[in-house]
Design a protein around this ligand. Structure first.
Ligand code: FE
Length: 290
């Protein structure tokens, strides 16, 4: 805190940039081209987050195949669309279309089979898919959805030069996102900063935290480390973040969640605690138990 008390809000340790990566080109579903940012050989996971993919293309050949029927068990998938439309359909009869600015937070739990298909034949499709782990006690919970169109995502403009979309969690100014999740207590923000502005937000020490820059370079922490556009930054320990935009302004995601500190056994679309549980998931899926 300085003599004027201006930074009274800013007590504690600022999280510094620990690792950065642009991710690696990958293909999933029926030939959808994407960038795998978390869940790659570079960054295996950021507990409790198992995977982050970004997709952005105006070439139909990059996305038109979509993600036909496939299963999940043991975690949650979160789709956040920036542009384009995706139709989602699952084995329980649940169906809907995710539109720009909309979020689908799906708890796969004990298992669903679903398809995620582009609801367009041309134009830009852009967005993110995040996988959030579930604790051992919740991996076999009933499947559930939290779905919100752009109009139901909380928006905060309490601070000049800063606009936040709050998908999950609560901001320092008290704006609360619609997604609720007691298991990992997530924070999921889409932040727009005007040129030269600084964003601050408390993030509990118990939480793993990363940010992804969508547009404009930013500087992170008290060390002022530069993080360019289209780059993920994993943040180190601390209880708050501080991010400044350069002279062009910036847009970035901030994602944090309570670390589960549990063993992780992955098998494609299934993420459990042990190898045996993954094998059981494959067996249950093959026997049509989802
Ligand atoms: Fe899926």
């Amino acid at each position: 805190m300085n003599a004027t008390g201006r930074k009274a809000i800013s007590t504690g340790k600022v999280r510094e940039l620990a690792v950065q990566t642009p991710g690696i080109p990958a293909s999933d579903g029926d030939g959808v081209r994407l960038t795998r940012i978390v869940g790659s050989p570079e960054i295996d996971m950021v507990d409790p987050f198992l995977l982050l993919d970004s997709f952005e293309s105006d070439q139909p050949g990059d996305y038109i195949g979509g993600f036909p029927d496939h299963p999940h068990r043991g975690f949650e998938t979160v789709t956040y669309l920036l542009a384009g439309r995706m139709r989602h359909k699952d084995s329980t009869g649940h169906e809907g279309v995710i539109e720009p600015g909309g979020v689908q937070w799906m708890t796969a739990g004990r298992g669903i089979v679903h398809s995620e298909m582009p609801e367009q034949e041309n134009g830009l499709l852009s967005g993110f898919q995040l996988w959030v782990n579930l604790p051992a006690s919740e991996k076999m919970t009933a499947p559930a959805y939290q779905e919100f169109p752009a109009s139901e995502i909380a928006t905060e403009t309490l601070i000049d030069g800063q606009t936040l979309k709050v998908i999950a969690g609560i901001t320092d100014q008290g704006t609360e996102g619609p997604v609720k999740n007691p298991h990992t207590d997530p924070l999921y923000l889409d932040v727009h900063l005007d040129p030269g502005k600084t964003f601050q937000q408390r993030v509990p020490e118990s939480h793993g935290c990363f940010m992804y820059v969508i547009e404009g370079a930013v500087h992170v922490g008290e060390e002022n480390a530069e993080l360019p556009a289209r780059t993920l930054g994993v943040l180190g320990d601390g209880n708050r973040i501080e991010v400044s935009s350069g002279d062009k302004g910036s847009r970035f995601l901030v994602v944090a969640g309570k670390r589960l500190n549990e063993p992780v056994a992955r098998g494609g679309p299934f993420v459990m605690n042990t190898r045996e549980e993954v094998l059981q998931a494959f067996e249950d899926y093959q026997q049509g138990k989802f």
